[in-house]
Design a protein around this ligand. Structure first.
Ligand SMILES: Nc1ncnc2c1ncn2[C@@H]1O[C@H](COP(=O)(O)OP(=O)(O)OP(=O)(O)O)[C@@H](O)[C@H]1O
Length: 524
């Protein structure tokens, strides 16, 4: 087992024409010939790679992704994921969709990856390869098969195999023989992806997507089979409601996107704190963290590409993204080559699937007690996860609400006239609408004096708004406390589930060994 660090690249896009038109100054710069970026006047961050606004995708690919393709062909799992605020250039960098208008030399990394995989396969003439691709998205916390839209979300499951690899069961896998076929799969999936125009980005991804290429290579001379997979993950961008101006459906999508990213942040923090290493990591709190389980802290070589905008209007998000990236850079993964003797690991792929779906007690004939305990713990765990997800959702709504409130307070503070201008009245009205859209009226704070925004809001003073803000903060603190209690309970249950899963793995390994020895030494 080899210990490897998660690598982090930062790519800064150029100012977009509308930012230039608005005369937005630049707030961040890449230091030449170093892997450093400087934010504002004095904050310096160091990463594994830093690419300035003039760097083309070809160079990004060659510097930090190409070596990972060699690793993939040698039997290692590889994950590349992009992170950043909405409109920072994640999809552009991945090459996941805006196709024809992309400038030459900037086709994104996927086309390069695909080309190099098939070139590598052609060079390894002593091995037989099987290449399969799947493409899914997580939209509003539901898994969606982009290669088969008829598949129901409830029929796609995230599992872990006996070597700790995350496996998707139920999603379509297309077998491909050429680079063009593989790109065809990607393009077919892209057309089904959730994209919408927002105030920040005309082609904003409203979901997280995972494009997976699974390789099976059989070396008949050595009688060995290697299994490896490449995940290319395009995360949806973090969004500040105050800045995007999203409403209705877009607002709901923003909340789901932010809650998935919040869960990812919690996983990164848990993995990056040395005193918490070996302890509970909340992978189960969202679909994206469950899917990235083996990529973060598990069996994978992982590269995170953090995309940032240089515009000063994005300063806060850029700071947050750089902090997030610094945190990811401290994570260690445990790399192993996935290999097996002979033909296939379990036999037919269908058998692999059924083994993953089948409860362990059916395979090993183990006791009913173990089954009941495992089922109970898992049911409790799921219920708690759902509660935590709901709490996180509420927290986000509070945060968004507070952002609006803080914005308004600042405007009022700067104004000498205590009555509200028409724009400020409009803000108050928006604030009210946001608040009434929140579910569960009992637990969510309602501003007492903001009724009838049209007439009465003129009489709201700064003092009243401060009071409202304080109440809101108290409610937020209470919810955060409940959330941490729930997390502690979940942690205990997670421990139980992990122990039972460990037992399950041991039993499964023993079964596989028995099967291998029966195959190698058949009884006369
Ligand atoms: N390096 C770059 N060079 C030139 N234009 C870029 C670059 N990166 C991004 N852009 C442009 O910026 C805009 C936003 O990019 P993109 O859609 O990739 O952002 P995103 O981070 O994926 O956003 P979201 O999270 O909303 O999906 C697009 O118009 C894209 O063409």
């Amino acid at each position: 087992m080899e210990k490897v660090k998660v690598k982090v690249a930062v790519r800064m896009r150029p100012l977009l024409s509308k930012e230039v038109q608005l005369n937005r100054p630049v707030c961040v710069q890449a230091l030449p010939n170093t892997a450093q970026v400087v934010l504002g006047q004095e904050r310096t961050f160091t990463f594994d790679y830093v690419f300035g606004p003039k760097t083309k995708a070809d160079e990004v690919y060659t510097s930090c992704v190409k070596p990972l393709v060699s690793s993939l062909l040698n039997g290692h799992n590889v994950t590349v994921f992009t992170y950043g605020k909405t409109g920072s250039g994640k999809t552009f960098t991945i090459g996941g969709g805006h196709g024809d208008s992309t400038p030459e030399g900037d086709r994104g990394i996927i086309p390069h990856v695909v080309q190099d995989i098939f070139q590598g396969i052609a060079e390894k003439y002593h091995s037989d390869f099987k290449v399969k691709a799947s493409y899914i998205e997580i939209y509003k916390e539901k898994l969606r098969d982009l290669l088969n839209l008829e598949t129901q979300s409830k029929n796609i499951h995230i599992r872990e195999d006996d070597k700790g690899n995350t496996v998707l069961v139920g999603a379509r896998e297309n077998t491909v023989d050429t680079a063009d076929e593989l790109l065809g799969v990607l393009e077919a999936g892209n057309t089904a992806r959730h994209i919408a125009a927002t105030q920040v980005n005309e082609t904003s991804s409203r979901s997280h997507t995972i494009f997976t290429v699974a390789l099976t290579q059989r070396d008949s001379e050595a009688n060995l089979t290697l299994f490896s997979k490449l995940n290319v993950v395009d995360l949806a961008g973090s969004e500040r409601v105050a800045q995007t101006g999203n409403k209705g459906q877009l607002l709901k999508e923003s909340a789901q996107i932010n809650s998935g990213l919040l869960a990812l942040g919690n996983v990164l923090r848990a993995l990056s704190q040395p005193h918490r290493r070996g302890q509970y990591v909340p992978y189960r709190s969202s679909k994206i963290t469950r899917l990235l389980r083996d990529s973060l802290g598990g069996n994978s070589q992982t590269l995170m590409i953090t995309c940032i905008s240089p515009s000063s209007s994005s300063l806060h998000e850029t700071l947050r993204s750089l902090q997030f990236a610094s945190c990811a850079r401290t994570i260690h993964n445990q790399l192993v080559v996935n290999w097996d003797k002979g033909m296939e690991r379990v036999g037919e792929p269908e058998l692999e699937e059924s083994a993953l779906q089948e409860p362990v007690w059916n395979q090993g004939g183990d006791s009913q007690v173990s089954q009941d305990k495992c089922e109970q713990s898992q049911a409790k765990g799921r219920a708690l996860e759902e509660k935590i997800a709901r709490q996180q959702q509420k927290l986000l709504q509070f945060r968004n609400f507070m952002e609006h409130a803080a914005h308004l307070l600042m405007e009022l503070r700067d104004s000498l006239d205590p009555t509200l201008s028409p724009t400020q009245s409009l803000h108050v009205q928006k604030l009210q609408e946001t608040n009434t859209e929140m579910p569960n009226q009992k637990s969510i704070y309602q501003p007492s004096s903001c009724k009838g925004a049209g007439e009465d809001s003129h009489h709201i003073t700064i003092l009243q708004l401060r009071l409202e803000l304080r109440k809101c903060q108290e409610a937020l603190a209470m919810n955060e406390q409940i959330l941490s209690q729930k997390e502690a309970q979940l942690q205990q249950l997670q421990g139980q589930v992990d122990r039972l899963e460990q037992e399950k793995r041991v039993q499964r390994r023993a079964l596989l060994e028995d099967r291998d020895s029966m195959l190698m030494h058949p009884k006369p």
